[in-house]
Design a protein around this ligand. Sequence first.
Ligand code: PTJ
Length: 264
Amino acid sequence: MRIEIPRTHPRYESLVIRERLVEGFEKGLAVPQGLIAHGRGECFDYLIGEKTIEPALKAMKAAVAALLLARHPVISVNGNVAALVPDGVVKLARAVGAKIEVNLFYRSEERVRKIAEELRSHGADEVLGVDDAVATIPELFSERRRVSPRGIYVADVVLVAIEDGDRTEALRKMGKTVIAIDLNPISRTSLAASITIVDNVTRAIPKLAELAESAKTEPRGNLEEILRNYDNSEVLSEVLNHINRRLGELSEKIRREVRSPGEP
Ligand code: PTJ
């Protein structure tokens, strides 16, 4: 940590997360573009109220069911995710029996290796996508097309986070179930995913690991029913309604409480 942030600071959590990402950038895990992406995320986090909202929890329960029911679940990790929640990724992978694969938009072999090392230092046994990213996702032209034939390529369920839209669409076209964690409910990723968790990865990944620990003893029939009843467009619309309602309430509060200069 480069600066000491007092616990009493009203923006403590958010500033700590920023520092973690900057540290990840300085260690060579995240790219500068990742810092910009985070700023975009922060703006949406502000709009939802910087907490896990009900529709996100609903999506998380469906995500856990999909991961536990999957034959080949894979958690895809990029620079931002490795910098922000390496521990949570390892715990979640263990809880649902998923493989972990590094997959980068701004791919460099050095960064792939550093991210894999970071995940291993947090307890990951195996990290795919390092020397084995030799399969190709069809119709995808970014470096993200390079995937492991033992990981994302054969996965039936893939969890992605802080992701650009193209790959989610391409993975869906390959017939995979895509779980996305994205604070922007109207991003292309959010709209294209099978299950969209509109929450900060720093809250969502640990919460998913916790939910998975308690759901893994559930009978398959219960998990299948959760998935059958899940409707992603309904969840996205609930998120937008939440933001709408919240902004309406804030607007009323400001009208009541904030005085113009010169007013008594
Ligand atoms: O490490 P690499 O090379 O794979 O590059 C990763 C980045 C993040 C640079 C790349 O995926 C990118 O450019 O992402 P985008 O297109 O900016 O999309 C990021 C999305 O994630 C946006 O919709 C943001 O609102 C959202 N987001 C940003 N930070 C968070 C987030 N969602 C959840 N939690 C966050 N902390």
